[in-house]
Design a protein. Sequence first.
Length: 247
Amino acid sequence: MNDQDLLRYSRQIILPEVGIEGQQTLLDTTMLLIGMGGLGSPSAMYLAASGVGHLIIADFDKVELSNLQRQVIHHTDDIGKLKIDSAKAKMLEINPDIQVTTVEVLTDDNLSDLIALADVVLDGTDNFDTRFKVNQVCVEQKTPLVSAAVIRFEGQLSVFKGYEADQPCYQCLYSKEGNSDENCTDNGILAPVAGMLGTMQALQAIKTILNLGEQLPGKLMIVDALDLTFRSVKINKDKSCTICNQI
């Protein structure tokens, strides 16, 4: 780190739990963020500001007017642009010293390659099919998965390490059968709820990399923003799971 780095990250470096060594770890870290929507927007901004050295962002969508209520990385002038291009511009405005790689199309082939590059994956998508695919590759690649979801006034957050013998994967919590995608288009969402969960998702990703505090493996945090309550429930490894019991 040079003098400018020491100044930029000084408020993190003075934390005994982080220090210069921890900040250097962040600078040397690669994170993959899937989805630049309501969750990915605050996650991307805070991870860029925190000094995560390489951020790979993936999203196929373009910015629409209805996105701006909660997807705070995108601005009115960005309507019609690819979300990854809009997000990259803001991230580099926040921190020009980091590397941002954009991915417009995720396929089975490049998903595996991208997760192989990442030290941790943040899933902010809104469909189960993508979530199951990401989970499977994370288990195969032995990569921590930080998963969040939001709808209406509610949010969920967990860290999955299904590649470990005693830890569940995402599919242990949600089976492929009997789950239907709920989305904000049909059900609505209060804007700050997405901000809460996206910020917490970034926090958990950093804590996972630096091995700090409660990292939520094997636990699901459930947030009720109306009552402002937080509770955690234990997630057990499913002995019949076809993903994490094959490792």
